[in-house]
Structures are given as C-alpha cells and as structure tokens.
Write a protein that binds this ligand. Sequence first.
Ligand code: GN1
Ligand code: MG
Length: 370
Amino acid sequence: MDHISPIVAQFRIQGTPADIRPLGAGLINDTYILRTQSPDTPDYVLQRINHHIFTDVEGLQRNIMAVTAHIRRKLIAQGVTDIDRKVLTFIPLKDDENKTYYFDGTSYWRMMLFIPDADTFDTVNEKYSRHAGEAFGQFQAMLVDIPDTLTESIPDFHNMEFRLQQFRDAIRDDAAGRVEANRDIIDDLLRRATDMCRAEELHRQGLLPKRVCHCDTKVNNMMFDRQGHVLCVIDLDTVMPSYIFSDYGDFLRTAANTGAEDDPDLSRVSFNMDIFRTFTEGYLSSAAAFLTPLEIENLPYAAALFPYMQAVRFFTDYLNGDTYYKIAYPEHNLVRTRAQIRLLESVEQNTPQMAEFITDRMHKLGKTPL
Ligand code: GN1
Ligand code: MG
C-alpha cells in the first residue's frame, strides 16, 4: 500500500495515518479504509474513482457535494444530532479547500470520513427493509427542492432504451464470439423490450418526471447503526436525475432476492414478497407525499425493470468480453445474467399481488385511490 501514502498526503486529514487496507465489494471503484493512529482522530475512506466509467469526475463530485450539502442543511434545520454519521463528509485537498478530489496524473481519488459503529449488509430482514424503505423515500424527499441542477454523471445510466441499444450493438459486434451459444437468453430478453421501455415512453409523453435519485440503491449501499436504524445512504457517484423507479427497483432487486445477485444455483433465487411488503410500506410512508399516482401505480413495473435492466447490462458486458464489471471467473457475467432473469421471472409472477398491496397501502395512507 506504499504507493497510496502520497495520495493520502494530499488531503486535509486529522491525525497520523496508521494503516490502510481494501474495503467493501463494489464492482466499479476501488475503496480503502485508512485508520489513524489515535482513537481521538477520525478514520477515513479513500476511493479511487473509476474514471473510465465516470468520465466527468468534476461533474460527478459537484453533484455529490450539492447533494450532501443540501441534506446536511436539512438535518441541521431539523435539529438532528450526530450529523457526520448521517450524511457523508468529503475531505478537501490541502492546497485547495474547494476541491474534494485529487488527480495524480493517472487516477482520481477522494477521501471521506469513515462512519464508526456502522454496518452494511448484503441481505436484510423485514425490519431493516422497512427502515431502508423509509430512508430511501426520505433521501428522495429531501432532494425534491435541491436548488442545484445535477448532471447525469453517467449519461442515460438507467435509460432502458439506451441499454437495449448497447445490447443490440453487442449482439451485432459479437466481440467475444458468445452470441451463437446464447440465443435463448437473447430472445428471452428481447421479447420483453417494448414493455420494459415504458418509463421512457411515459417521459416522452410528459407524464413521468425525472427527480434526483440515488441510482445505485443496492442494499449494501446503506449504513445501519448497531440498533438497526438507517444512518445514511452511501456510494453517491450515481446520484442524478432519473425516474424514482431507479431507487425503488434497485433496492428490491438486491434486498428481495432470496439468492445472491450472481447465484450459480437458480433454485435459490426468487422474489421475497415479505421484503417487498415491508420495504414498500416504509418507502410509501416517506415518499407518498411527493409521488404522483402514475409513479405509484408503476412501482411493480419498477420491481421488474431493475432485474431486467441488470440482466441486459451484465449480458451486454458478457457479449463484449467482460470490459465493464469486475469479474471473479470467466463466466461470471453469464451466471449473473441467468440469476437476474430468474429473479425477473419471479417478480413477474408476483405482479398482481404487488399491485393489490400498493393500492391497499395507499387507501390506508388516505391517499387518492389509483
Ligand atoms: C455497480 O459499484 P457498484 O457495485 O455499487 C453498477 C450498478 C449496478 C451494480 C450491479 C456505475 O454498482 O449500476 O447495478 O454494479 N454501478 C455502475 O451489482 O455501473
Ligand atoms: Mg456499492
């Protein structure tokens, strides 16, 4: 880790660095924890931003600073305590206090405060799922009146039409020679294409707004305190304008899967309706006030859209020869694709029950019937 010390030295940290080691399991950035020598000085998280994927680091970091500053102002106004554990704090550079990232000639780096006594989870129970729903709803609700205009840190990130275009290009190019052996998967994905592009269609008709969303609400992007309450949402690179389906759908894709995102054993993969119900209850309790009836009505679509989009993205990467996602073994993206398709099938089987549950919740909240 010696090559990292000169990077650390660029940031205005307190205390003396003692130890640095890798942290977390993100598929895109490289993350490290930096411990300082004294218990009286904070520890830090150092990240190398993958600028092949996030090509506009300046814009991305501007988004993050706008969002965290806005949330911080709201928390202060609400009299919330322990704020440094409830919103991420980025550390400025020593020689430029307005800058929160450092370019070393090859890579972009940033530093934030490490949140102590907190955990992330790859799976959650029903209680945690309810808290997570409330927290993501609150995250979106707090950002409804953000004065800044955010950029799309990855243009068309959750645009299903764009993802399908990339998929069709990958089929046409067949860069890794994997098309022929996987016709069944290609057909399976393409037959759902029109239906899955519903969000873009509604947006074109002027019926569906874009709002500031997190856009990577994987269950492990949320920090819980030791009592199981949500502290804050992390991994803010993809915070950008999107449809609210992004946050609702991607959380369920990860948290309501009874198996793993890349489970090789498909019999373990299914959609957990108990997690769906508790998450939805939590989410609606904080988000129903600003959501439109059309957004609410399409939440079951969002639950299907994200396993679908992820299957398309993993499979596109597989066809391209694994250039985007980190993989642990050669067929990893294919295994991921199959697991996401299985999850999608399970979501589809549950769609009527989901719609019924949501209508019922809206009645209980005293909102206009859909
Ligand atoms: C990536 O970096 P990480 O692992 O939180 C990806 C998400 C995918 C996810 C799939 C910028 O997120 O969109 O849903 O992997 N992030 C980017 O696990 O592409
Ligand atoms: Mg992450």
